[in-house]
Write a protein that binds this ligand. Structure first.
Ligand code: GLC
Length: 811
């Protein structure tokens, strides 16, 4: 798009003269407000043929809808699950403008031309339409232009590559199978039309709920404004006021939903490749993990386990005892995940149930002439379930019956952009017909970007019905906002290069703030084969990614932790073990994400919005609130410079203390990944296990790092059922107090309706420059404690720890 100046002139004139459609003339923009109608939750403004509704969705959230022709379409969203709860409103009208005050946010509509802005209670403008560019339309296209302060930064949009700060770039959302993507590749697999604007510590959010091909331009076209729009559908967006970035993430995930609690085992180490076969090879992989005592929870089967790549079949030549293999793996503590792509092989007259029953039930996407659309994917000619229909989703869900019965633990829905081979556009034609439950139909333009989400919805809901007591685990590649309600996701087909290792962090951070807490990348890279050092470094940072899955393409070198010899194996094992030791902290963080939407893997600005030096940090991240990770993502090694977030931080490995703004220069050896703990953190940890289902041998481990705002928490439950929803959980809060001459650590049980594996707690209190003179547990003096003068740490055991207790060190 170019030539805005001309367009504005035409637009305003067109509106003023009341001209007709704009397709031929370019853009039409909103003109003068001619009528104001007060609604119970806001206002409806008429300007020429167009109407604009500005409503308060709930405290802190406004919604804007525009219809160029004066008729609003039926209000419908694939993403939004929250009902509006408009707060008390005050609407004031003057000659120039209409002001709606709702809670702490004020929306103002200037009347001529119609321009919208949002302010905080103090009158500071948070977001405003660009004065020369009121909202506009051009045929089916719709667009919004906003003023762009010179120091504003933009984050979000899900799995976009390149720097986390989106400023100065433009993006397209059109779910695309992009094998071997690079930082310049766009669009990618997902459509998350949501971003956070951040400036001087103050944030706001915008969710543009439109499923058509959409674009976001954060100042590439102009230095004065940014803009977003779509090729069709409704101009419909939500404004979230913040002002904290955390609050925006909470609001956005309240609107579009949060990830349900995943099964505990899915947080363990996951081993994948394209593909493990035959059966003997898969068995060998599982055995090797146990023999080498490298912890792991999951093995994946990629497309080669299937007969002719037909979903829901088993290649019996490769897997003669598939069912037994799965149960044998179970008894070794391994969960099995199967790929089940959405394309159904067009396999007529072969008794292939998914095809036959699909035809019988009329569930496939159609051509305009009413025939089933056929496209080529892995199985050759394939048909595609019409996931926008509830009855299709039910049918799809029921296809999992046999696998679920065999004890398969999770499912991987890939290629669901949907990806189609041998077509330049890589997907189905735009005129294919998708039916909706209300009896209407939409073409692929409207449905493409939600197709993958409705695919995993069908899988998730199907599994819920088949196994009401088990938490499903579903992995998706494509998504629209809200897909986090059904599936975890990964960043698709990356490559085995240092560059890709470095690109992974900003991408995962962006996904995290875009509503997806359960995310990972292909550890080691999918395309190509990593060098030994690269794979080792990838294992290091991956240990602190929410999903930890090693995966690689067909025809590449082996990529399991033990390849490249014993030295590399030992380092990789050390980091996998670190992940298992941190599991209580990790699971507590994931449970938090299910309630608040706050991801485990956080950009520093999420916790420290005032620390603007982190606005462009693409290397470091916080893992939960209390761990700061500075991974090594280059072959280097020149010195790695580390700047810590505000506060005091302890080196996780040496327990040395560091201050904010202190310049740290490290030369991390291959086995070292810089990792810091917030002074004020209490980390619940556990002894190493070989898989999450193994009962740890030893007490709960609590690492206490005294400092300001000293607290930690622990959440535990049975790890796989829904009993937690009935309150069968353990919740403990820990805190510590530092005063002159003493440190007190307190445990306070919030809920004790689940019996954990541990009884006692092994407590380590760091930051003790000298040995204490007295150690008390509750009120009794104990003598059985240890002081480590090098680590400046005191260790002791609280024998009966699943209760309230306190420990006091006196110096
Ligand atoms: C796609 C997936 C990849 C998978 C392959 C075969 O490329 O992104 O992860 O291994 O298909 O199923």
């Amino acid at each position: 798009m170019a030539g805005f100046a001309g367009r504005v002139g035409i637009g305003l004139v067109a509106v003023a003269l009341g001209c007709g459609t704009a397709a031929a003339q370019g853009w039409q923009h909103l003109g003068k407000v001619q009528r104001v109608e007060k609604l119970k939750d806001g206002v409806e403004l008429s300007a020429g043929s167009a109407k604009v509704r500005i409503t308060a969705f709930r405290d802190g959230i406004f919604r804007v809808r525009v219809t160029p022709n004066g008729t609003f379409p039926k209000d419908f969203s694939w993403a939004v699950i929250e009902s509006p709860q408009p707060p008390a409103l005050q609407i004031e009208e003057s000659q120039k403008e209409i002001r709606i005050t709702a809670g702490s946010v004020i929306a103002t509509a200037q009347k001529s031309p119609l321009l919208v802005d949002f302010k905080d209670a103090a009158g500071n403008v948070l977001l405003a339409d660009e004065s020369s560019l009121p909202m506009g339309w051009n045929g089916q296209r719709i667009h919004v232009w906003k003023k762009m302060p010179s120091d504003e930064n933009y984050y979000g949009l899900g799995d976009k590559a390149g720097p986390m700060n989106r400023r100065n770039r433009s993006f397209t959302n059109w779910n695309t199978d992009e094998f071997g993507w690079q930082e310049s590749s766009d669009p990618l697999y997902k459509t998350i039309p949501f971003f956070i604007g951040l400036r001087k510590g103050t944030a706001y959010g915008v969710f543009f709920d439109n499923t058509y091909r959409s674009t976001f331009d954060f100042g590439k076209e102009s230095a004065d404004y940014f803009s977003f729009g779509a090729e069709g559908g409704e101009l419909n967006y939500y404004f979230m006021a913040g002002p904290e970035p955390k609050k925006i993430v909470e609001e956005y995930t309240a609107l579009t939903g949060r990830s349900p609690l995943p099964p505990f085992w899915s947080l363990g180490y996951q081993q994948c490749r394209y593909s493990y076969y035959p059966e003997s090879r898969a068995r060998e992989i599982v055995r090797t993990f146990r023999d080498k005592k490298i912890p792991a929870d999951t093995i994946y089967f990629d497309i080669d386990y299937q007969q002719d790549y037909a979903p829901f079949t088993i290649n019996r030549e490769y897997f003669p005892t598939f069912e037994k293999m799965i149960s044998d793996f179970r008894s070794q503590g391994f969960h099995t995940i199967l790929i089940t792509d959405l394309h159904i092989k067009k396999n007529t007259d072969h008794g292939y149930a998914p095809y036959d029953s699909g035809i019988r039930n009329d569930v496939f996407v159609k051509n305009p002439d009413g025939s089933a659309y056929v496209g080529k994917v892995w199985p050759g000619d394939s048909v595609f379930p019409d996931f926008t229909l509830a009855r299709t989703r039910d049918w799809w869900g029921s296809l999992y019956k046999d696998f679920a019965g065999m004890g398969v633990a999770g499912f991987w829905n890939d290629m669901n952009e949907p990806s189609i081979f041998f077509r330049a556009d890589k997907t189905m034609p735009l005129d294919t017909v998708h039916r909706l439950d209300d009896g209407t139909a939409r073409d692929h333009r409207a449905i493409h970007n939600v197709f993958g989400m409705e695919n995993v919805r069908a899988t998730y809901e199907g599994l819920r019905k088949l196994q009401p007591e088990e938490r499903p685990f579903v992995l998706t590649r494509a998504a629209y906002s809200g897909a986090q309600r059904y599936a975890a996701t990964w960043t698709g087909d990356n490559s085995s290069t240092w560059n890709h290792l470095a690109m992974s962090t900003p991408m995962l951070l962006s996904l995290g703030i875009s509503g997806f807490p359960l995310i990972g990348d292909d550890i080691g890279g999918f395309a190509g084969s990593p060098t030994a050092d690269l794979l080792t470094r990838w294992f290091e940072v991956g240990a602190l990614n929410p999903i930890y899955r090693d995966h690689t393409a067909k025809g590449t070198a082996d990529q399991e932790p033990w390849v490249h010899g014993p030295e590399h194996e030992a380092i990789r094992k050390k980091f996998i073990e670190l992940r298992y030791q941190l599991m209580p902290y990790l699971y507590t963080g994931v449970e938090e994400a299910t309630r608040t939407g706050l991801p485990l893997m956080r950009p520093v600005f999420l916790e420290y919005p005032q620390a603007s030096e982190f606005y462009g940090d693409n290397r470091d991240f916080l893992f939960g609130r209390d761990l700061f990770v500075a991974p090594v993502t280059t072959e280097m090694v020149d010195a790695e410079e580390i700047s810590l977030p505000p506060g005091v931080w302890y080196d996780y490995w040496t327990s040395e203390k560091h201050a904010y703004k202190e310049k740290i220069n490290l030369h991390p050896r291959l086995e070292e990944m810089p990792l810091y703990v917030r002074a004020g953190a209490i980390l619940p940890m556990q002894p190493v296990v070989q898989y999450t289902g193994e009962t740890p041998n030893g007490p709960l481990q609590l690492r206490v790092y005294p400092g300001n705002d000293c607290r930690g928490s622990l959440y535990q439950d049975d790890g796989h059922t829904f009993a937690y929803q009935k309150g069968e959980v353990l919740r403990v809060n820990y805190s510590c107090k530092v005063s002159a001459g003493s440190v007190t650590v307190t445990s306070s049980v919030d809920k004790r309706a689940f019996q954990p594996w541990w009884r006692s707690a092994h407590v380590t209190i760091y930051g003790a420059a000298v040995a204490p003179t007295e150690v008390r547990v509750d009120d009794g003096v104990i003598h059985d404690w240890h002081y480590d003068g090098q680590a400046h740490a005191v260790t002791l055991t609280v024998p009966d720890a699943v209760k309230n207790w306190s420990v006091r060190l006196t110096f």
